[in-house]
Ligand binder design. Structure first.
Ligand code: NAD
Length: 514
């Protein structure tokens, strides 16, 4: 097991490393990512993992993989804390603790946002919004903690039959690198509101803010050990936690390829899973739409967050009558987008979050070029960092790789359509079913499209509006199960059916008294 000092000495401290370490110190963290188990920051014993700054391409920090041993400790800690959390205090008290957590998170917006901006490469103004959303998630589910009850069912036998919604026990959550603290809050808040204990494994590329969030929550009154964070790799500590007998359910947010592996491992242990996976969402613009609004919507849909969003509007379906006009507007608009240092207040789009994703996106663009795409990109280049300029791929069919595979970058494939039926056919012609949108002035058409397009979330004259109170999820290669809103409360509980016989004689059809 390497100590943090040994690993840090390998690197010369840069300004950005210093900013990162300062923010980590404010949050009570050490000088490298460490797992948080039973309230204790712990080093793993596995292979070294490097965090690389996507803006400078320099190594920021390195740390050892948590490995399977820490997964076992994390599961045991979560189980110990969960019983008292679920049964030892009132549901109202659980809600009060969660309200305290929500307030505490708001006191640390700046260091959390700074870490996220440096490590994930996301513009700091976006990071601040995501941190405040996390506080909102805790506050929202705090309100549900004492409002979750069962029902009385009028069974024909005359028994009193009622249901209880029970926590599952310990759940294991796995999250990706594109919105680390947001995704952590999104899954932790409903799980603890319903009385569960948690082991969570953030992406090995962006683990720090999840650890910080749990430390903040513990300082605000969340029982120590109720939520445990594993900093490490999927195939090691991730798989160990999925297989651990204490874990009752797996909630995975990430790519379809990994989701398949996670679901198979969960199934092998007869555990249910929720999969929140990728998308190839259709953003559909009709010729009667307000084109200025549609243009803004199309930019937000694919260029915000450098397109690293599961709901990105990565297929822009445009009515043939306005296809060229809208592309022209988009091309001119994207030249005004401010790319740059994620720590710069003016930056609207930062670099791609990591080298692997950068290679994937640039590979997909060059493949699209070979396939005959006409490519429009934002002019101007960055002299360093994993930057991909906002890019439009034109003249490719919906069957092309660029239109069928998740690029997960600021790259949109523009496809013309003839009429409503054609737009619906194109929109549904993918393996995914996550999100979609329509831009039109025709209210009836808007509702017809909302009905016909296969998507867990659909926007009318809007894009990317989401809220913790509204269900979120997909179908097919976009996964299964739902997060957010009351749907998440159902995912994190199970129903128990209780039967009480009030008749003078038991209503039992078979049996003898000896
Ligand atoms: P990824 O699938 O590579 O990794 C996600 C997580 O899985 C990480 O924590 C990773 O360490 C872990 N993992 C990797 N291999 C594993 C294994 N064998 N066993 C267990 N865990 C393993 O995804 P990513 O590249 O981090 O994120 C991008 C993907 O996430 C995109 O496809 C995006 O659409 C998707 N995503 C979906 C949503 C949603 O809500 N639907 C939200 C955000 C991102």
């Amino acid at each position: 097991m390497k100590s943090s000092n040994t690993m840090q000495r390998q690197f010369k401290m840069t300004d950005r490393q210093k900013k990162l370490l300062d923010a980590m110190a404010v949050l009570g963290l050490g000088t490298q990512p460490q797992s948080l188990i039973d309230g204790v920051l712990m080093d793993g014993a596995g292979a070294a993992i490097e965090l690389v700054d996507p803006y400078t391409e320099e190594v920021l920090l390195a740390y050892p993989d948590a490995d399977a041993a820490l997964a076992t400790l994390a599961c045991a800690a979560a189980q110990n804390a969960q019983t008292a959390w679920a049964k030892g205090i009132s549901a109202a008290k659980r809600g009060q603790v969660m309200q305290d957590v929500a307030r505490a998170v708001l006191a640390y917006v700046e260091p959390l946002a700074t870490i996220e901006a440096i490590v994930a490469g996301k513009p700091i103004r976006d990071c601040r919004v995501e941190v405040t959303k996390v506080a909102e998630m805790f506050a929202y589910y705090a309100g549900w903690a004492d409002k979750l009850h069962g029902e009385v069912i009028p069974v024909p036998s005359g028994h009193l039959n009622y249901t209880l919604r029970e926590p599952l026990g310990v759940v294991f959550q796995i999250t990706p690198w594109n919105a680390p603290i947001f995704t952590a809050g999104w899954q932790i808040a409903p799980a603890i509101a319903t009385g569960n204990g948690i082991v969570i494994k953030p992406s090995e590329l962006t683990p720090i803010t999840t650890v910080a969030l749990v430390k903040i929550a513990e300082a605000a009154g969340l029982p120590i050990g109720l939520v445990n964070v594993l900093c490490g790799l999927g195939p090691t500590c991730g798989q160990a936690a999925i297989a651990h007998p204490i874990v009752r359910k797996v909630v995975f947010v990430g790519s379809p390829e990994t989701g398949r592996r996670v679901a198979m491992a969960a199934a092998a242990a007869l555990k249910p899973a929720v999969l929140e996976l990728g998308g190839k969402s259709a953003n559909i613009v009709f010729d009667d739409a307000n084109l200025e609004h549609a243009c803004l919507g199309a930019q937000a849909a694919i260029f915000s967050g450098a397109g690293q969003s599961c709901v990105a509007g990565s297929r822009l379906l445009i009515h043939e009558a306005v296809h060229e006009k809208l592309l022209d507007m988009l091309a001119r608009g994207m030249n005004k987008i401010r790319l740059g240092d994620p720590l710069d207040e003016a930056t609207e789009v930062g670099p791609i979050s990591n080298a692997r994703q950068y290679a994937h996106i640039t590979g997909m663009v060059s493949q699209a070029k070979d396939a005959g795409a006409a490519i429009l990109t934002r002019t101007g280049t960055q002299d360093r960092g994993y930057f991909v300029p906002p890019t439009i791929l034109n003249n490719l069919p919906n069957s092309s790789n660029a239109a069928q595979q998740e690029i997960f970058g600021p790259v949109v494939t523009a496809i013309p359509f003839k009429d409503e039926a054609h737009a619906i056919a194109l929109a549904n012609d993918t393996a995914f079913g996550l999100a979609g949108a329509v831009w039109t002035a025709d209210v009836g058409r808007a509702h017809r499209m909302a009905d016909a397009v296969r998507a867990g979330t659909f926007w009318i004259n809007s894009y990317k509006a989401i809220h913790v109170s509204s269900p979120f999820g997909g179908s097919l290669s976009s996964g299964f199960g739902r997060s957010s809103g009351t749907d998440a409360l159902m995912e994190y509980t199970s129903a128990k059916s209780v039967w009480l016989d009030s008749a003078p004689q038991p209503r039992i059809a078979f049996g003898y008294v000896s």
